[in-house]
Write a protein that binds this ligand. Structure first.
Ligand code: DC
Length: 227
């Protein structure tokens, strides 16, 4: 049976970077599940399908083919055979993705794909419902927390570095709005699993977060080996 590490955390908590670094250090396959919801949102934006038009979304789900490929050690995201790794990370997708991710039919398509990815490889999977819904029996569950202001600060810095023209206030507002939608939705809301270990990254460097989680994973791996 494969070894599964679930990392759940909000936007800007550093979970993407932390997960990538841990995957490299511990030789785990890194899976970013948010990218899959972003693909659904991008497809709908490109085809003018509103998030309120559930019937239309349902009709289109079979036309949305998402592939996560490993190329030169990096995860690349393909939507209907087109590399959309950058296109799914624009503020436009940021601002609508939570609405599409809240739709039951969308989650019913994406969740089984995620479970399948954990069947053969040792994985580290990041998202919002990995420890609660996708892999409730994950070997390690981490809930990465971070204050909303610090998250907005980090996301703003990333956007500016990417050349995206936004203000800090706009980023903060978008993060607050998204957080509300993610935590209050009916299907698979973003909540801490009872048995997840909480790590608060607000005042920690990436390196400190990686070291703390690495220790937890190694301890669990050693225990599993003994058992
Ligand atoms: O992690 P991210 O910001 O790339 O996630 C994009 C969106 O998808 C975000 O609104 C949360 C949602 N998401 C989710 O509902 N469940 C997951 N497992 C991963 C992401």
């Amino acid at each position: 049976m494969s070894f599964v590490v679930a990392i759940d955390g909000p936007a800007g908590s550093g979970k993407g970077t932390v997960t990538k670094l841990l995957a490299e250090k511990l030789n785990l396959v890194n899976i970013d599940t948010g990218a899959m919801y972003r693909c659904v949102a991008l497809y709908c934006l490109d085809n003018n399908i509103e998030s309120t038009n559930i019937a239309n979304i349902k009709n289109n789900l079979d036309n949305i083919n998402i592939e996560l490929k490993r190329e030169n050690g990096k995860q690349q995201v393909y939507l209907n055979n087109k590399n959309v790794s950058e296109k799914i990370r624009t503020p436009e997708v940021d601002s609508v993705v939570a609405k599409y991710a809240a739709i039951k039919e969308v989650r019913d398509k994406v969740t089984p794909m995620q479970r399948k990815m954990g069947e053969k490889d040792d994985i580290i999977m990041e998202g919002r419902d990995i420890g609660t819904v996708v892999f409730p029996n994950a070997d390690v569950k981490i809930f990465l927390e971070c204050s909303i202001e610090e998250r907005a600060k980090r996301r703003y810095k990333q956007d500016i570095e990417k050349g995206i023209n936004v203000t800090y206030e706009e980023v903060l507002e978008s993060i607050i709005e998204r957080h509300k939608l993610e935590t209050q939705r009916e299907v698979a809301p973003f909540v801490k699993a009872d048995d997840a270990i909480l790590v608060d990254s607000t005042n920690m460097s990436i390196e400190e977060v990686v070291n703390e989680i690495e220790k937890i994973i190694i301890e669990k791996k050693n225990k599993k080996r003994i058992i």
